[in-house]
Design a binder for this molecule. Structure first.
Ligand SMILES: Cc1cc2nc3c(=O)[nH]c(=O)nc-3n(C[C@H](O)[C@H](O)[C@H](O)COP(=O)(O)OP(=O)(O)OC[C@H]3O[C@@H](n4cnc5c(N)ncnc54)[C@H](O)[C@@H]3O)c2cc1C
Length: 643
């Protein structure tokens, strides 16, 4: 997409978009089920049969999982970790002995060389027990140095760093800055080359770098000198490997969070930190692209962790739902409780189906999983939050009480309160829900943008517009007609029994979604980009369809392997029914919503038109409690008010 088409944006918005666009992977060279789905095609061969883990790989995973589980259960107290905010050194050493810091490091460098599926199984297992430990491991391997090194490292870099990680060195990924969260265009951390270009000097501040405070090796994103492309300045962001102990690195603050309280995350300052040029990963100016590509696979760990936590939530809900009796029956038998359990079970099934489908594609290679991974992250982080919230509700007052307090008064101390605090971050890190919506929407619109981009771009020459016009004239009539008259009703879905009607629904709705996208493009033109709620609904429909397809595929595969157990089909069927209701809700909301009114009202709120509604409170000005002798009420006065 040429950002010149977006004349309605201000300069900062356009710059943010230009940086993001420059870092996108622009081509779809490998197949993607979701990319096709957005164009109205359902390529069932990409999702059926469900990609199974090979028996050999499963056995490797099973053995590792057994060791990991036994180590954690015998040595790690997750409540103590949460209470103290410390992951004890003997746990870190134990994890090193098990090879956990080298789970994804290839065997030839001394790592475990686990497949993506087994790695995700390990993270899910750890996350079901201790959120902090899971984040230590995943920040190191999913986004820290090992993953970009695997993808983009030179042979020398791999030889130098992989063995260190396999032996227990820990890494971190430093992109975020105080003013750079979702929008990297404003990056102020800079790196400048020496005159002979043999070294680079980094200056700047990074924020919220998980593992950053203890990491032996960091991957640091910094702005490097801009390039002039077609007479226009283009910002460059470059990734550097930076080793602990390099002079000039300071750690002024460790951050304290609501959950995952033992992570070593904080502010890192770089003051004239000199790194050799050979520490550049991939190439100058390719840092942001590297970060995005790294996250395509790295992002899959997060849904796996959400799956682990949600399975734990399901288990506790089952036990408590049966044990706790109120109003003459176990609470899970009251309809309000039953619905919660049913939603949990169906969603856990769908979450795992999506996560391990995408993970299997990574192991198999040859597929483009950027949309599948982003959808798995989006769906699983939101579903896990809802599941854990429902668990808190089912536990009633006990859901709000800490595990240790429950145990102290002689009750079972399920760590539900900790689980809720630990899981909230998943909707924020590795792409917030809102940014995932935008990212997925951008990719969903990609084909259309390529076709019509030059036509609607005010900067295009006459011949470019003319070419674009003809491309559209050839493509759209046939494609659009195909979305209406596809003879889909004649197509046999018998091969997908007993879930054929669900798959038919996915096929039919991929066409409906595609038509809807086209209609929205006609209605809003380039301004569609700023109708974020419209895009979010479109993305949610696509995500639900993908979740349905994965669930059906997994269920069919499970019953083919074990025909005597039809429970997977039951789960897939109920998930699809729940999903269809949500899809209908999104379609309805595309037609009838309060988006324009919400925009107007929000402007008024921002302009303090409703400041009268903020009266009657003690305003939080962010400064915390300040004892002020002039305004402090004397003790005698206080007594007069007390009863
Ligand atoms: C515990 C923790 C661990 C972290 N670990 C790491 C790490 O290891 N490495 C690292 O580099 N960073 C890390 N981060 C940073 C994390 O990735 C960011 O918090 C995240 O990217 C969001 O950025 P932000 O917090 O600055 O939010 P902002 O970008 O300021 O966004 C605030 C809100 O506005 C919304 N928003 C922003 N832009 C738009 C838009 N264009 N349209 C609509 N809505 C928008 C967001 O969705 C969000 O709801 C971590 C953060 C935390 C809290």
């Amino acid at each position: 997409m040429d950002t010149q088409t977006l004349k309605h944006l201000n300069e900062a918005q356009r710059e943010a978009l230009e940086v993001a666009e420059a870092s996108r992977e622009t081509e779809w060279t490998s197949p993607s089920f979701v990319a096709e789905l957005f164009m109205g095609k359902i390529r069932t061969n990409l999702i059926f049969p469900y990609p199974e883990q090979s028996p050999e790989d499963r056995q490797i995973g099973d053995e590792f999982m057994k060791q990991l589980e036994s180590f954690l259960k015998c040595n790690l107290d997750p409540d103590e970790v949460d209470r103290t905010g410390i992951l004890p050194p003997e746990i870190i050493e134990g994890l090193t002995r098990l090879g956990c810091w080298g789970m994804k490091i290839p065997k030839e460098y001394g790592g475990l060389g686990l497949s993506q599926i087994n790695y995700n199984r390990a993270i899910a297992l750890v996350a079901s027990y201790c959120g902090s430990t899971a984040v230590w491991l995943s920040a190191h391997q999913s986004i820290g140095v090992p993953q970009p090194l695997k993808l983009f490292g030179t042979a020398e870099q791999k030889k130098k760093y992989f063995p260190k990680f396999a032996q227990g060195a820990i890494s971190a990924f430093a992109l975020t800055e105080p003013d750079v969260g979702s929008d990297p265009a404003k990056m102020t951390c800079v790196a400048v080359p020496s005159a002979d270009r043999k070294t680079w000097t980094i200056n700047g501040t990074k924020l919220w770098c998980t593992n950053g405070l203890i990491a032996d090796v960091l991957v640091v994103m910094a702005q490097t000198p801009s390039k002039i492309v077609h007479g226009k300045e283009k910002k460059q962001i470059t990734a550097f490997i930076v080793e602990k102990g390099t002079p000039g690195i300071q750690y002024p603050h460790r951050c304290d969070f609501m959950g995952i309280r033992a992570i070593q995350n904080g502010v890192i300052e770089f003051k004239n930190v000199v790194v050799p040029a050979e520490n550049i990963l991939w190439g100058e100016g390719l840092g942001l692209k590297l970060a995005l590509i790294t996250l395509n696979t790295g992002r899959l760990t997060l849904p796996a962790a959400c799956g682990g936590m949600s399975k734990q939530a399901l288990r506790i809900s089952r036990l408590w739902g049966k044990e706790r009796e109120q109003w003459g029956a176990p609470i899970a038998q009251h309809e309000a409780g039953a619905v919660k359990l049913s939603h949990m079970a169906a969603n856990v099934f769908a979450m795992e189906a999506m996560t391990y489908y995408a993970s299997a594609l990574v192991d198999r290679g040859g597929s483009d999983i950027r949309l599948e991974a982003a959808m798995a992250k989006l769906f699983c982080s939101e579903a896990a939050w809802k599941i854990i919230d429902d668990l808190v509700q089912l536990r009633g007052g006990r859901g709000f009480e800490t595990a240790s307090s429950l145990r102290q008064r002689g009750e079972k101390g399920y760590a539900v309160e900790r689980m809720m605090r630990d899981s909230r971050i998943n909707r924020i890190i590795e792409g917030t829900t809102e940014i995932q919506h935008l990212f997925i929407a951008r990719e969903a619109l990609d084909y259309h943008m390529k076709l019509v981009g030059a036509f609607i771009n005010s900067q295009s020459s006459f011949s470019e517009k003319w070419k674009s016009f003809w491309k559209c004239a050839f493509f759209y009539p046939k494609w659009y007609l195909g979305l209406w008259c596809s003879f889909d009703w004649m197509k046999s879905y018998a091969g997908y029994r007993p879930l054929s009607s669900e798959i038919r629904f996915v096929g039919k709705n991929s066409k409906k979604l595609s038509r809807t996208i086209f209609h929205l493009l006609l209605k809003f033109g380039p301004k569609l980009e700023s109708h974020q709620m419209v895009l979010a609904r479109v993305v949610e429909i696509g995500t639900e369809l993908f979740a349905m397809a994965c669930s059906c595929s997994k269920a069919i595969s499970l019953i083919r392997n074990n025909p005597s157990d039809l429970s997977p089909v039951e789960l897939a069927k109920i998930f699809c029914k729940q999903s269809q209701i949500r899809i209908q809700h999104y379609y309805d909301a595309l037609k009838k919503n309060t988006d324009p009114e919400d925009r107007t009202l929000s402007k008024k709120v921002m302009n303090q038109a409703f400041s009268w509604m903020e009266q009657g409170i003690i305003p939080d000005d962010g400064a915390g409690f300040q004892k002020n002798s002039e305004t402090t009420v004397p003790l005698e006065e206080k007594r007069r008010y007390s009863v």
